[in-house]
Design a protein around this ligand. Structure first.
Ligand SMILES: Cc1ncc(COP(=O)(O)O)c(C=O)c1O
Length: 364
């Protein structure tokens, strides 16, 4: 997959006026967290990860114990460990598409055969469980989903999640559930951690997207399957030994105030999401499925358009950036709009700028 040329990490955050590319909430600062690191010894950490932090992660999830949680360098680190441990060129994977890049790219690099379950805007980007069932082969070693989903923000229902995990269990295939956005559902309570539902489920998550702490690179995987967990720990030890103890300590102190942090974040997301709903209701040139989790939406421009000019006008003339469809190997008439990261003012200006760019580039 090519580098994301139009991403803020490539261009520099200061170069963008209205940044609607992000799939996370606004980043927090040390000041927000009131953290004290003075007594921290900068040693190697526990291979599995700081026990107190693992206990905090397990605490709110019925059926999950501290020993089921392995800390990783972000959810991305967890994905790398799982893919490289479970997949080889002789194996087969079933994975949703589009998806967060790593869910597709690491298996591709490993050379394993893959069946993509394509999500379709016409079906509300819903995952079709029967399509997963039909795709199972004798050498299928992993089923992989993301819910709430990136880039669409659409979630599986609990019944769908249970059905998919039961399908994995019946066929002895682990089901990887990338639940990076689980704790920021829109207008409902989060689903249970998938790993709490079965030994055949592996949950991955991090503090990057829902907590605004991507810079500490702190994530985790959880599973009640002891054999898998030991395999993943062995892989972690080989790849990076342990997490940064600095990251772990910051994460631990932040998570002590988890409810307060999440309450503010959920409140801010709802305000911005209301603006997106209003804007979409009057922006008739877009097709859109409203998300029910996370902080992104994935509309499609449905009118004839000079698409390259659209992005040029939006980016260069109006200083506004979204995630173009090609980031997800989709047509560029789709774009991911992140509404959790910009301030309310930036979001409103960015949405107006998308409409202006459409005004200037739609073919009439
Ligand atoms: C669905 C999903 N999974 C995993 C990641 C990786 O996040 P991190 O490694 O920062 O936790 C991302 C980042 O965009 C994501 O969207």
């Amino acid at each position: 997959m090519p580098i994301e040329i139009e991403s803020p990490e490539q261009m520099g955050y200061d170069a963008i006026r209205c940044n609607l590319t992000e799939s996370s909430v606004r980043d927090l600062s040390f000041e927000d967290l009131n953290i004290d690191l003075n007594e921290l010894v900068i040693c190697y950490g526990h291979h599995v990860g700081k026990p107190e932090l693992r206990a905090l992660i397990a605490k709110d999830n019925q059926g999950i114990e501290t020993e089921d949680v392995l800390l990783t360098t972000g959810a991305a680190g967890a994905l790398f460990i799982i893919h490289t441990s479970l997949l080889s060129a002789d194996d087969h994977l079933i994975v949703m598409r589009p998806n967060y890049g790593t869910n597709i790219e690491t298996p591709k690099a490993l050379g394993c055969a893959t069946t993509y379950i394509d999500l379709d805007i016409a079906n509300g980007f819903k995952a079709n469980i029967d399509a997963f069932r039909a795709a199972i082969q004798p050498n299928t070693k992993l089923i992989s989903i993301t819910t709430p989903h990136n880039p669409t923000g659409v979630s599986l229902t609990l019944a769908e999640l249970q059905e998919l995990i039961a399908l994995g269990a019946a066929n002895k295939i682990p089901v990887l559930v990338d639940e990076t956005y689980r704790e920021i559902p829109i207008g409902k309570t989060p689903l249970p951690m998938a790993a709490s539902l079965s030994e055949w489920a592996i949950s991955i998550c991090s503090l990057s997207k829902s907590y605004g702490l991507p810079g500490i690179r702190l994530g985790w995987l959880a599973t009640k399957n002891k054999v898998l967990l030991e395999t993943f720990l062995a892989a972690k030890e080989q790849i990076y030994i342990c997490n940064s103890v600095v990251d772990e300590e910051i994460a631990y102190q932040a998570m002590l105030h988890k409810e307060a942090i999440l309450a503010k974040i959920r409140h801010d997301i709802q305000i911005n999401f209301n603006h997106v709903i209003q804007w979409l209701a009057q922006e008739k040139r877009l097709d859109c499925v409203l998300p029910d989790g996370g902080v992104v939406v994935f509309p499609r421009i449905k009118v004839p358009i000079d698409i390259n000019k659209f992005y040029r006008v939006l980016n260069e003339d109006l200083g506004t950036y979204v995630g173009p469809g090609h980031w997800f190997e989709m047509d560029k008439t789709y774009f991911r709009l992140g509404f959790g990261w910009p301030t309310e003012t930036e979001l409103l200006e960015g949405l107006a700028n998308i409409s202006k760019a459409l005004d200037r580039t739609v073919i009439v």
